[in-house]
Write a protein that binds this ligand. Structure first.
Ligand code: ADP
Ligand code: ASP
Ligand code: MG
Length: 406
C-alpha cells in the first residue's frame, strides 16, 4: 500500500465525461489498495473566463476580489469529481483550500503556500475516503481567499504530497510527459523518461508550462517524487529525479520559450556610476521584475544604450515610471518592444561541455535570426529574438542539439 497524490489539469477535467474518466483512474489506485488524495484544476477555459470578467468589471482591480472570483473554477471541478467518484462507489469529498487548511502569505494573485495541516486529510484517507482538493487556492493571514498564480494547481499537488508524506505525486495532463521542447510546436520533440529537478526548474521558469515553477521548487526542497503523465492514455510518463538517478549523459536536455517578454531600450544614457541604480530602483520599488539586461560600451565615453526585459504585463507600468523620470535619467529615447520571445536551452551537461552557446548563436545566424539580448547561467543559455521567429528558432535549435526523434 502506498500513499499517493494525483493531480488532474484543466483539459483532463474539461467536461463531465472526462471527469468520469478521471474518477475511474482514481478508483484504479484506490482498488490497488492505495491511500489517495486528488488535486484538481478548474475545467479548461474557466479560469481565463473568470479573469476576463474581473477585467471587465474593473481594469485596476482589488487583488483580493480577483482571488475571490478566479478561485471559484476549482471549487466546481472538485465538487464534480467528488460526485463522479461517489457515483462509482468510491467514498470521496471535496475540500477547498481553507477547509484543509492551506495557509498562504497575503500576496494575492501570486501567493506562496506557508503551511498545510495534513491532520484532516490523513484521517479521511485512513478511513478510506478520497479527499478531492481544489488546487490553485489557499487562505491568507487576513482569512481571505488567495490564489497561487496561473498554473498553480501543480504547486498545490506537490505541497499536499509533501504535507502527507506521499510516496509519489502524479501530475496528469494533456501530454504524456515532459518533452525536449513543447510538442505542440516541435513535432520532433522527444519524451524524456527522466529529468533532474534542476533542469525541470529551469525549463519551467523559462516558459515550459507543463509544470508550475514553484511546484518544482517545492518538489526539490521536499524531495517529492513527481511524475508527469497523460490522463488520456497509459504510456509511461516522465519522472523528475535527482541528478544521480540519470544514466544518460546529455549536454542539452530541453529547450523552452517564453512569449511573456517585453524589451525596453533607453538610448544615450549617461555613462557614469549610479545610473543603473537610478533606472532599476523605481522598478524594483514597484515590484517589477527585470530579467535580461545589456548595456553597450560607450562609443563617445559619455553616453551608452541600455536594454532590458520585463514581463509584458509590466511593460506599461515600466514605461510610465521611466517617462516620469526622463529629466533625472537624461536618456534621449525610450523604446518599448513587446514583440520579442525568449528562447532558452537547458542542460546540466553544460557544466562540463563548452560550446553550447556557440552552437546556439551559429544556428540562429545561419537562419538570419538576429539575437537582441543574451543571458546565461550555469545550466542555461537564453536569447531574446523577434517573436515572429519563435517556431523556426525552436525547430532549428532542436535539430542542432541532436534532440529530434529519429
Ligand atoms: P494542465 O492544464 O494539465 O495543467 P498545462 O496546459 O498547464 O496543462 O500544461 C501542459 C502543456 O504544456 C502541454 O499541452 C504543452 O503544450 C505545454 N508544454 C510546454 N513545454 C512542454 C514540454 N517541454 N513538455 C511537455 N509539455 C510542454
Ligand atoms: N486554473 C488555474 C489556471 O488556469 C490553475 C491551474 O490550472 O493550475 O491558471
Ligand atoms: Mg498547468
Amino acid at each position: 500500500m502506498a500513499r499517493i497524490v494525483q493531480k488532474f489539469g484543466g483539459t483532463s477535467v474539461g467536461d463531465v465525461e472526462r471527469i468520469g474518466h478521471v474518477a475511474r483512474r482514481v478508483k484504479r489506485e484506490v482498488d490497488a489498495g492505495n491511500e489517495v488524495a486528488v488535486v484538481v484544476s478548474a475545467m479548461t477555459g474557466v479560469t481565463n473566463q473568470l479573469v476576463e470578467r474581473v477585467r471587465e468589471a474593473a481594469r485596476l482591480h482589488d487583488a483580493r476580489e480577483y482571488d475571490a472570483v478566479v478561485a471559484t473554477g476549482e471549487q466546481v471541478a472538485a465538487g464534480l469529481l467528488a460526485l463522479a467518484l461517489q457515483a462509482i462507489g468510491v467514498s470521496a469529498r471535496s475540500f477547498l483550500g481553507w477547509q484543509v487548511p492551506i495557509l498562504t502569505d497575503d500576496a494575492h494573485g501570486r501567493a506562496r503556500i506557508q503551511s498545510i495541516d495534513p491532520t484532516l486529510l490523513l484521517q479521511r484517507m485512513a478511513d478510506g475516503q478520497v479527499p478531492v482538493i481544489a488546487g490553485f487556492q489557499g487562505i491568507g493571514p487576513d482569512r481571505r481567499i488567495t490564489t497561487l498564480g496561473r498554473g498553480g494547481s501543480d504547486t498545490t499537488a506537490v505541497a499536499i504530497a509533501a504535507a502527507v508524506a506521499a510516496e509519489r505525486c502524479d501530475i496528469y495532463t494533456d501530454v504524456d510527459g515532459v518533452y525536449t521542447c513543447d510538442p505542440r510546436i516541435v513535432t520532433k520533440a522527444r519524451k524524456l523518461a527522466r529529468i533532474t529537478y534542476e533542469e525541470m526548474l529551469e525549463l519551467a521558469s523559462q516558459g515550459a508550462r507543463v509544470l508550475h515553477t514553484r511546484s518544482v521548487e517545492m518538489a526539490m526542497n521536499h524531495r517529492v517524487r513527481v511524475q508527469v503523465l497523460s490522463s488520456f492514455d497509459d504510456s509511461p510518463g516522465t519522472l523528475v529525479v535527482d541528478e544521480d538517478e540519470i544514466m544518460e549523459q546529455r549536454t542539452v536536455s530541453g529547450i523552452a520559450y517564453s512569449r511573456d517578454e517585453a524589451k525596453v531600450t533607453l538610448t544615450h544614457v549617461a555613462d557614469r556610476p549610479g545610473v543603473a541604480a537610478a533606472i532599476f530602483g523605481p522598478l524594483a520599488d514597484a515590484s517589477i521584475n527585470v530579467d535580461m539586461i545589456v548595456q553597450n560600451v560607450s562609443a563617445d565615453g559619455e553616453t551608452t544604450d541600455l536594454t532590458f526585459t520585463v514581463t509584458r504585463a509590466d511593460l506599461d507600468k515600466t514605461m510610465q515610471l521611466l517617462q516620469a523620470r526622463q529629466a533625472e535619467l537624461g536618456y534621449r529615447a525610450l523604446l518599448p518592444d513587446p514583440k520579442v520571445v525568449k528562447i532558452s536551452v537547458i542542460g546540466i551537461g553544460m557544466r562540463s561541455h563548452a560550446g553550447v552557446a556557440l552552437t546556439m548563436f551559429r544556428t540562429l545566424a545561419e537562419r538570419g535570426i538576429n539575437i537582441q539580448v543574451i543571458s546565461t547561467s550555469e545550466i542555461k543559455v537564453s536569447v531574446l529574438i523577434a517573436e515572429e521567429y519563435t517556431e523556426l528558432a525552436l525547430r532549428v535549435l532542436h535539430t542542432a542539439y541532436g534532440l529530434d526523434v529519429t
